[in-house]
Design a protein around this ligand. Structure first.
Ligand code: WTA
Length: 639
């Protein structure tokens, strides 16, 4: 029984509630927002949205503080309940923090940030691996009204610098060194390199993850030492519902990564509600989302959703195979994890190591298994369900995006007993109305068809805009199908009306669950001195989901060895973006297939890489059809 009946919605049956949440969206969200969030001042308007204009506003007039919702209210009722379990890289060395401890840590840091001049409306960049101080940093920003910009700690100095500059941060929070898979990562040094090109940065807070000292400059602040001097009480800022809570950069099909803007009340409410219902989270459960906090999955399901619900959340710092491929399941046994939420790429990797690593450990505490970030193939789904979950735990394949703030389509948003079809996200969450569009931009009404996936009405968790580029937001998401939110994904709707995501419709690819634009990689390749031009294609990869295949044309005037260029390309991709941006294959070509107007025909390249030579399609617009044969030959030679 959904505890929503008591909130005045007056509907008890779950399928009725789903209909009600869509058809009477304002009443639904108003009731849930009143019931589930603590407000400093109530809102007067549920929503003021016009998707065709890109205007999205929820709960206006309301004031609240997100950190109070995530911490103080639970400290009042159960101060000693465990809020976070930090599963450190070193196995069996977990650290637990109660709600009281996490609140104290957050308050000390909030006071420190305030004392060092961080103000409401500023944006603080956080470059840290998952750890309690990273969560406290996010919540401390929320406490004092600053926005945060968490940058995945695997990003290079250049990528970090680009994000700091766009966010105009004057404060950066980092750790001396990271530790992952037994290796030490020089995060502070990366920040030092990044801020060389960030004139706005005035101070860098450095926490100590390891005992190794690092060189401290005039800008650096020893974080723990300074926090120890602060008070454990910090006055929370009263924030408007639509003030920015955070920026999070993600890749699009063209141009630079975009800083999506999420705001306070709507985001928090949506993260909390999805966390509770999609995973059937109950009080006292131990929830483990193994995504990094640098991605939206970590934001919504390692931090905000579980903490808003007063839950216990696991922060995973390690890798699925360190020190061996039993890591996840040993952790499940030791921490008595009830919900485990991970990425298909890791499941596929572990599947290859065999069942023995799973069987070694007791997984009887597990109740729900979740999958996110990319399509989960049937083999991986079955293994996750049968071997990991012993056939008794539902596997929920959850579809959503950085833009949507939280899960939008998942098998069990409402009914914990509903049927689940392997490899399908299936059903929309409360308040979500998915539609499919045909190639003419019309809504597809029949079932057993595919189309471009749009969402027909706004929901509180959706991103509001792109930082510094509101026009790009409107153009990308609101204008392709006026009045609808366009996701960029394609989907199939089955005879029964269930949704299955078929993949991106644009040039965004998903490598080991990391989202990246092929244009971003091309941009890097083209910066290599010997490269004349390049084209990057995603291809189906048995572990990573998608791999990166680069076609590279070298400058004729330069005499270089291909092996040297390969090395240079890999160095550049790691340096400019991150290690996962390095191509799996580089095919050197004399020229690329182009139209007469000079556009690279990616469709042809994609077909060659996918070995679909019969389906090359119409080649009549090619400038020189001969090129295709050269490309096919080169592809054969490479594999
Ligand atoms: C893809 C991650 C298939 C999709 C939460 C989307 C999925 C992009 C699924 C967003 C899923 C996410 N099945 N594809 N269950 N979940 N995707 O912003 O292409 O990092 O558009 O958010 O990942 O990636 P992002």
């Amino acid at each position: 029984m959904l505890p929503l009946g008591s909130c005045g919605v007056g509907v008890s049956d779950r399928s009725d509630l789903q209909d009600f949440s869509v058809c009477s969206s304002d009443s639904f969200w108003a009731a849930v927002a009143r019931q589930r969030l603590s407000w400093i001042r109530p809102f007067h308007t549920v929503q003021d949205c016009d998707l065709s204009q890109g205007r999205i506003r929820w709960f206006e007039g309301g004031k609240l503080n997100v950190s109070v919702n995530c911490l103080d209210r639970h400290v009042h009722t159960c101060p000693e309940r465990v809020a976070v379990i930090w599963e450190r890289d070193e196995p069996k060395s977990e650290v637990k923090l109660s709600y009281r401890q996490l609140l104290e840590m957050t308050c000390r840091l909030g006071n420190l940030l305030r004392r060092r001049g961080v103000k409401k409306g500023d944006c603080v960049t956080i470059y840290m691996p998952p750890c309690p101080l990273a969560v406290a940093s996010m919540l401390a920003c929320a406490r004092i009204g600053a926005a945060h910009n968490v940058v995945f700690a695997g990003f290079s100095a250049d990528a970090l610098a680009e994000r700091i500059r766009d966010a105009q941060s004057s404060t950066v929070i980092t750790v001396n060194q990271g530790v992952r898979g037994g290796k030490v990562i020089e995060l502070k040094k990366t920040v030092d390199a990044a801020i060389q090109s960030c004139p706005t940065v005035q101070q860098v807070f450095v926490a100590m993850r390891t005992e190794n000292p690092v060189v401290m400059t005039a800008k650096d602040v020893a974080m723990e030492e300074e926090m120890a001097k602060e008070d454990t009480v910090c006055e929370p800022a009263g924030m408007d519902s639509e003030d920015t809570l955070f920026l999070l950069y993600t890749s699009g099909s063209t141009g630079k990564p975009k800083g999506l803007v999420h705001t306070q009340a709507g985001y928090l409410l949506y993260a909390a509600l999805t966390h509770r219902y999609v995973f059937s989270y109950h009080d006292g459960d131990v929830f483990s989302c193994v995504a990094d906090i640098g991605w939206i999955t970590g934001h919504s399901y390692s931090v905000y959703g579980p903490l808003a619900n007063g839950g216990t959340t696991v922060l995973f710092e390690s890798t699925p195979i360190y020190p061996d491929p039993g890591r996840y399941w040993e952790m499940v046994q030791r921490l008595k994890i009830n919900q485990f939420y991970g990425a298909p790429t890791a499941i596929r990797l572990l599947l290859k190591y065999g069942d023995k690593w799973v069987h070694k450990y007791d997984r009887s505490t597990l109740k729900t298994l979740g999958s996110v970030g990319e399509p989960i193939n049937t083999e991986a789904w079955e293994w996750y369900h049968r071997v990991v979950g012993q056939g008794r735990c539902p596997v929920v394949d959850t579809w959503w995006q950085t833009e949507t703030g939280g899960i939008c389509i998942a098998p069990r948003p409402a009914d914990p007993d509903a049927e689940i079809v392997p490899g399908m996200a299936m059903r929309p969450f409360f308040g979500i109305k998915p539609v499919l569009m045909d190639t003419e931009g019309k809504v597809v009404t029949s079932n057993d068809t595919s189309g471009a996936l749009c969402i027909a009405q706004p929901w509180p968790g959706m991103a509001r805009t792109i930082h510094n580029d509101p026009q790009r937001f409107t153009e990308t998401y609101c204008q392709p199908y006026p009045g609808y939110f366009f996701t960029g994904d394609g989907a199939y709707r089955s005879k029964e009306g269930y949704y299955q995501i078929t993949g991106r419709l644009d040039d965004v690819i998903n490598v080991s669950g990391h989202r990246i634009g092929t244009a971003e990689i091309e941009d890097v390749l083209n910066q290599c001195s010997a490269v004349a031009e390049s084209a990057v294609i995603g291809f189906s990869h048995s572990i990573k989901g998608q791999g990166i295949y680069a076609f590279v044309v070298l400058k004729k005037s330069i005499d270089v060895q291909e092996a040297d260029v390969t090395r240079q390309i890999n160095d550049m991709a790691s340096k400019k973006i991150a290690k996962y941006a390095c191509p799996d294959y580089i095919q050197f070509a004399q020229r690329l297939p182009k139209t007469r107007s000079g556009k690279i025909m990616r469709r042809v390249l994609r077909k060659v890489v996918d070995s679909e030579l019969e389906g090359l399609g119409d080649l009549s617009t090619l400038d020189d059809p001969e090129v295709v044969q050269e490309i096919i030959q080169g592809h054969h030679d490479l594999l």
